[in-house]
Design a protein around this ligand. Sequence first.
Ligand code: ZN
Length: 74
Amino acid sequence: MSATPITGTLHRLLGPGEPEVSCEVCFAELDRYVDAEVLGQDADAAVPGMRAHLAGCPACREEHESLEALVTSQ
Ligand SMILES: [Zn+2]
């Protein structure tokens, strides 16, 4: 039985060469990333690889969403 290649939309969007931070880096930089987003700055440029990680990591995505909700509610 051979492995099924990943053909999902997400994988096509991100491509195989997209850099991605680890959960550790993601957690450390999340404040800065959300700050940049809220200020209308280029969050992808502020923390390269974060967007790709959030797209693929449900735990960090949840963390990102709650932090974003917290920041934007102030
Ligand atoms: Zn993660």
